[in-house]
Design a protein around this ligand. Structure first.
Ligand SMILES: NC(=O)c1ccc[n+]([C@@H]2O[C@H](COP(=O)([O-])OP(=O)(O)OC[C@H]3O[C@@H](n4cnc5c(N)ncnc54)[C@H](OP(=O)(O)O)[C@@H]3O)[C@@H](O)[C@H]2O)c1
Length: 284
């Protein structure tokens, strides 16, 4: 039986991959740096391991056929970690980004892109059968970006309010991942995944307000203000990466693909559905 190891199992996407693999009846194991704090359902086998210390991965990889990989660790252990994965597994599904999509939003140089490109090169040379998932903006970002402001009051300050993105629900990324992990025919595939509609950032915040039954005052913040005001929630490198992407995407509709619906036979969830299902996280 295909046994899947999910690396990144406690995160936005990996958590959904674990849940949906279980629902699909797959044999699943989760990797976590601190298994006791993983917060996964008790029926899930959780094994300790750290991508930054590749020698810790062997126990989790024992008996594994397929790996779902989320990489948020430093770059210096990419090669040894992939070498270990390739010794045990035959297939890998890697959560990457739309690195090859010509839309300017996805073509700005930044350290996360450099790391993802390196991971792809190493995976391609590893001998593993690979599938790359290339989601655009995650809907889950809005929890980090706007929930604290919305919980604290009615004013939301944000840069590049008019710039559209097509936020994707992490459950839809996971649904595609489960197909790629469990079915044949996905080796060598690169799936660019987006939500179903192009929405400006202002429209996204407004949708959250409407779902909560509140009138939010949404104020434009300059990029320089963002570099100061967003530091409590994001590293400056991440803020700069986002500012560059939004600046490049100004005046253009966001990229929208039909890949989620094509592969899962269910339309991609709207941002309103995501907001409805996460409304409690925006309430004080
Ligand atoms: N946000 C976006 O809009 C967006 C768009 C496209 C692509 N992406 C990509 O999506 C990925 C992030 O996915 P996500 O939001 O699901 O992540 P997340 O919620 O931040 O979760 C990160 C996961 O990685 C695990 N992890 C962290 N360091 C680790 C290490 N050294 N060894 C093993 N596991 C480690 C964490 O597990 P523990 O802490 O429990 O060990 C956690 O499960 C990134 O690679 C990003 O580039 C994001």
């Amino acid at each position: 039986m295909n046994t899947v190891l999910v690396i990144g199992a406690t995160g936005n996407v990996g958590g959904q991959v674990v849940a949906q693999l279980k629902d699909a009846g797959a044999q699943v194991r989760a990797l976590a740096r601190n298994p006791d704090d993983a917060g996964l359902p008790p029926q899930i086998e959780v094994v300790g391991g750290d991508l930054a210390r590749p020698e810790t991965l062997d126990r989790a990889l024992d008996g594994i056929d397929t790996v779902f990989l989320v990489w948020v660790a430093p770059a210096d252990t990419v090669e040894p970690a992939l070498e270990r994965i390739a010794k045990h597994a035959r297939r890998i599904v890697f959560l990457s980004a739309p690195l090859k999509t010509p839309h300017p939003f996805f073509q700005q140089p930044n350290p996360a892109r450099t790391l993802a490109e390196k991971l792809e090169r190493v995976i391609e040379a590893s001998g593993l059968g690979w599938t790359f998932l290339r989601p655009g903006m995650l809907a889950a970002n809005s929890r980090l970006w706007w929930a604290s402001q919305i919980r604290a009051g009615d004013v939301v300050r944000w840069p590049y309010l008019s710039v559209p993105t097509s936020p994707i629900d992490e459950r839809d990324i996971a649904a595609v991942a489960v197909r790629a992990l469990c079915d044949e025919g996905h080796v060598g595939a690169e799936y660019v995944l987006t939500g179903p509609e192009s929405l400006s950032q202002l429209e996204q915040i407004d949708i959250i307000g409407r779902v909560l039954g509140r009138v939010l005052r949404i104020e434009e913040m300059s990029p320089d203000e963002a570099r100061c005001e967003l530091l409590p929630i994001m590293d400056l490198r991440v803020v700069n990466m986002l500012l560059d992407a939004w600046a490049a995407g100004a005046g253009l509709p966001a990229l929208v693909t039909s890949t989620v619906g094509d592969l899962t036979e269910r339309p991609a969830r709207t941002f309103r559905e995501w907001a409805n299902d996460h409304a409690s996280e925006f309430r004080s």
